[in-house]
Every structure is written in structure tokens, then in C-alpha cells.
Design a protein around this ligand. Structure first.
Ligand SMILES: NC(=O)CC[C@H](N)C(=O)O
Length: 308
């Protein structure tokens, strides 16, 4: 079904776009530096399959850290809560997503699954006989959540990150030294960088956000895609750690479960109402889409989205 657009949503996007020149596109993954910093688009997906959008919603984005919440769901489905939280903790760090510092205090358990160290420990748990099979399982799970089997990944972004991943490599060796992971680090980085390079548009992202908003049910059909307790758990992490070390301010200003990535993507879930997908590659100093956050603030006020 094609998305309709409304003047109201277009105006909110135009207003938020003014903030994009205060941000910067991520360039520590060289391929991401090609993104257009002025871009800002949004899709809202309801459980009856209707959607509203503004901006160029067919522009593709790679998931980057948004993928962390999806692999967490898959690992929880594969292994259950006890096994997953044996390897990764529940607590926000208040540090940047790629920080290594707290690992020194809690070496046998990264503090949560939304920081890179925790996400690497989660991807380590994804079942499969080799890197290809593990990545294929992640990809088909995500295709199913989005109801779109044409979703793939950007080899250019995956390779670009893999070749420049020395900090993530260091996190992996730290985790291996402390027994959190026990696999070949290069294999884990191959799966992780491909997972982060899974590519879709804001509409796909909004639809996945809607599955979480509906506690794991597929929009329209109401088929169960994720157990309700897993969807609930993922949304809780989105609230406490989804916007990195800006999650507290985001909870105050917007008040919904959301997960961002350094490509400028944000997936939001407004409980029992709708999913949101945003692409705005210009980032603030914490690595969140600067226009995307402004847009969510004004959407939250206008559509009474805050759950608090
Ligand atoms: N914050 C992010 O989106 C980080 C994801 C990115 N692939 C990384 O590991 O650095």
C-alpha cells in the first residue's frame, strides 16, 4: 500500500531540517561519509497497514546500531533470557556506544546489549554453522519483521567498516580474553559488520518499529513474529539505552522506545499505536540524527506520543 503524506508531517520535517546543518555525517566508517547531511525523511506505520510519510522515504539506510535490538530479539528467541543475560548486563553506561572504559570494571559482562561490546557478545550468540549461515539467519529474521524479502545488505558499507574496525576488534579481543566470547574474532566481525550494513528504507524501519509497538505481532495479520516478553524486553532497552548516552534526555523530551544508528537511522515504537522510521544522516555529538531527534520531539508533542 503506498504511503500518503500530510501537510502537517511535511511541515514538521521542514522545521526539523533546519537543524541538520548543526550536525555531521559519520565518517569513521568511510562509506557512510557519502551520505547527504541535508536529508531528512520519516515514515509512520500503523498496525492496520496504513502509513504516513514525509520526505524521500525510498532513500536507503544501513541499520548500524539499530540492528542491535533486532539481534537481541533473535538471541533471546534462540537461547532465552537466562543464557543471554549471563553474557550481557541490563544497565545503561552513560558512556559513548563504542567506549571500552566500563569493560575494565565488569570484564566478564558488557553492561548492556546496546553498546558495541554488548552487541558483539549478542552477535556471538547467533546460531549457525559458519559466518554465512549466522548472517543469513539475521537477515531472514529482519526480512520477516519488515515483511520484505527484498531487504539485503550493502557490501560496500560492510567492507568499509570491517577494514576500519580496530576499536571493535579491540573490544572483541578484550571479551575473548575474559571468556565472554570464544570464537574467531574475524568471523564475529564479519557477521557483525554485515548485520550493521543491512539496508532498507524508512518505511521498512517503521514497519519493524510497529511490530515492537504491537508487542511482537505482525501488522495487519496479527501473526506472532516475536514472543511478547521478548518484544517487551527489547523496548525496555530501547528506552534505557537506545539513544546511547543521550537516552535520559530523549526519554524526557520524546518518551518512546527508540533505537538509533550512526547512519542517521532511528526506529521508534509508540506502544500499541505505531512504528516510526527516520533517516537523517547528520548526527549530533553523541551520534544520534540531529534532525531526527528534533523531528521526534515535535511529533511527540503534536501526537501525544510520550508514554510517561
Ligand atoms: N552507533 C552505531 O550505529 C555503531 C554501529 C557501527 N557499526 C559500529 O560498530 O561502530
Amino acid at each position: 500500500m503506498p504511503c500518503r503524506t500530510t501537510d502537517e508531517l511535511n511541515e514538521l520535517v521542514q522545521e526539523a531540517k533546519k537543524y541538520t546543518d548543526g550536525g555531521k555525517v559519520a565518517d569513521y566508517i568511510p562509506a557512510l561519509a557519502k551520505a547527504n547531511p541535508e536529508e531528512l525523511s520519516v515514515a509512520i506505520f500503523h498496525d492496520d497497514g496504513t502509513c504516513v510519510s514525509a520526505g524521500d522515504i525510498h532513500q536507503k539506510l544501513t541499520l548500524q546500531s539499530v540492528s542491535k535490538v533486532l539481534t537481541l530479539a533473535l538471541a533471546l528467541i534462540d537461547y532465552g533470557e537466562e543464557a543471554v543475560f549471563d553474557k550481557v548486563g541490563y544497565e545503561p553506561t552513560g558512556d559513548p556506544f563504542n567506549s571500552i572504559v566500563k569493560l575494565e570494571f565488569s570484564p566478564s559482562k558488557p553492561l548492556n546489549p546496546m553498546i558495541n561490546a554488548g552487541a558483539l557478545a549478542v552477535t556471538h550468540m547467533i546460531k549457525g554453522k559458519d559466518a554465512d549461515e549466522r548472517f543469513e539467519r539475521i537477515l531472514s529474521f529482519i526480512q520477516e519483521l519488515a515483511g520484505n524479502s527484498s531487504i539485503g545488505y550493502s557490501d560496500e558499507v560492510a567492507v568499509s567498516e570491517y577494514e576500519t574496525s580496530d576499536l571493535n576488534r579491540a573490544l572483541c579481543y578484550f571479551l575473548k580474553q575474559h571468556g565472554v566470547i570464544d570464537e574467531d574474532v574475524e568471523e564475529l566481525l564479519e557477521v557483525y559488520t554485515k548485520q550493521c550494513a543491512i539496508e532498507m528504507d524508512c518505511l521498512d524501519l517503521a514497519r519493524i518499529g510497529c511490530v515492537f509497538a504491537m508487542d511482537g505481532l505482525e501488522p495487519v495479520t496479527n501473526r506472532r513474529l516475536i514472543p511478547a516478553h521478548v518484544a517487551r524486553l527489547c523496548k525496555t532497552f530501547m528506552v534505557t539505552c537506545g539513544m546511547y548516552n543521550a537516552s535520559g534526555e530523549f526519554a524526557v523530551r520524546v518518551g518512546i522506545p527508540a533505537k538509533s544508528g550512526v547512519s542517521g537511522g532511528i526506529m521508534g515504537s509508540v506502544p500499541n499505536r505505531f512504528g516510526i522510521g527516520i533517516l537523517g544522516p547528520a548526527l549530533d555529538e553523541k551520534g544520534n540524527s540531529i534532525g531526527g531527534i528534533k523531528l521526534l520531539e515535535s511529533m511527540s508533542a503534536k501526537y501525544k506520543m510520550s508514554m510517561f
